[in-house]
Write a protein that binds this ligand. Structure first.
Ligand code: UD1
Length: 325
């Protein structure tokens, strides 16, 4: 049987495709290449260029490849972009996910894994955040993800589809084997931007907000290595295949680093002093997001292997040096 990976040419999708292929799974990638890079999809995966809302294409791909599982990465991910263009986010992340879910139900695909986000939680919820913590997303991006979580919950109650939602905290780093990494030319991720600054490709790093209610006034995030996140998808898939019921899991390490701590780490790892500029807060950014990962550890046996922040930064920096954008 085959796993359909939407957005499999993207950052997290491509790492997961490599992890699936590494253990011998059969994979078909569906990606519109709007931000993904085909060369970063593992050579062993079938590749289809197209849209997740193209129902006829979905029907054909599911039938031709014998798809029995879907991992749905395809979507838009930039918080401030979603604030500026909410309808694009509701279209890409909600309307298109609805079409994909409908195609899966119509074709009797029994299981789906969905990429959600730590930003669905309420800003005033106690940290670290557990899966049951109150939800009150503040950006259109985060709302679009929660809306799709709700669709999946309702559909899983009404049909045979079972799903797992993975709520990602801040994903960083690159494949230790150097096969893939974050390649979006205008990426906004802190660690990637800092690596670009260290390489002199971007003149300075903005610190977005120095007046947050955090120990040093800058935003605090739970940075996790993309390979540990990819591994979580494989465990979720295996659990679904064994009949697990639909649920959601946080995927983070349970510890936070501030923007200033990340900058210090990048300076330590790269040996270069980063030019920084203190800038206003970015719209839609919450002050702190730290995961309580105990559920995924206890229930799926997730064991992170790359928790060291300097190691995450080093792998992001190695990838950044390798690509030339
Ligand atoms: C990221 C993800 C989002 C995910 C969320 C989960 C992307 C583009 N965004 O959002 O999809 O749901 O994690 O927590 O992958 N910062 C700076 N200067 C910069 C860039 C960022 O100060 O140049 C700060 C931000 O204000 C924030 C922190 O660094 O406090 C992290 O920002 P970023 O890496 O953009 O990720 P999130 O916005 O948290």
């Amino acid at each position: 049987m085959t796993i359909l990976v939407t957005g499999g040419a993207g950052y997290i999708g491509s790492h997961t495709v490599h992890a699936l292929l590494d253990r011998g799974d059969t994979v078909v990638v569906l990606d519109d290449l709007s931000t993904g890079v085909k060369a970063q999809v593992g050579a062993g995966a079938a590749f289809v260029q197209g849209d997740v809302a193209d129902t006829a294409l979905l029907r054909r791909v599911i039938a031709e490849h014998g798809v029995d599982s879907v991992i749905h990465f395809a979507g838009s991910i930039v918080v401030p972009e979603s604030v500026a263009d909410p309808l694009a986010y509701y279209d890409n992340n909600v309307v298109k996910s609805r079409a994909l879910i409908a195609a899966c139900v119509a074709a009797n695909v029994p299981q789906m894994i969905f990429s959600s986000t730590a930003t669905v939680y309420a800003e005033d919820a106690a940290q670290p955040l557990a899966e049951a913590s109150p939800k009150a997303p503040i950006s259109p991006y985060a709302r679009s993800k929660l809306m799709t979580e709700w669709m999946l919950e309702d559909v899983s109650k009404a049909t045979k589809l079972r799903h797992m939602v993975l709520r990602y905290f801040n994903v960083a780093g690159a494949d230790p084997k150097g096969r893939t990494g974050q390649s979006t030319p205008k990426a906004t991720h802190l660690i990637k931007r800092a690596a670009q600054v260290a390489l002199g490709r971007v003149p300075h790093l903005d610190i977005f907000g120095t007046d947050y209610p955090t120990p040093d006034g800058t935003g605090v995030r739970d940075y996790i290595h993309v390979s540990d996140l990819a591994a979580a998808h494989l465990l979720a898939l295996d659990a679904l295949k064994k009949g697990a019921t639909s649920t959601a899991y946080n995927v983070g390490y349970g510890k936070g680093a501030s923007v200033r701590e990340v900058i210090t780490g990048v300076e330590r790892v790269t040996g270069s002093k980063l030019p920084v500029k203190e800038s206003p807060r970015r719209p839609g950014d919450p002050p702190t997001l730290i995961s309580d990962p105990s559920r995924i550890k206890a229930q799926l046996g997730w064991k992170p292997a790359h928790e060291d922040l300097d190691g995450i930064i080093a792998s992001a920096f190695a990838w950044e040096k390798r690509i030339n954008t």
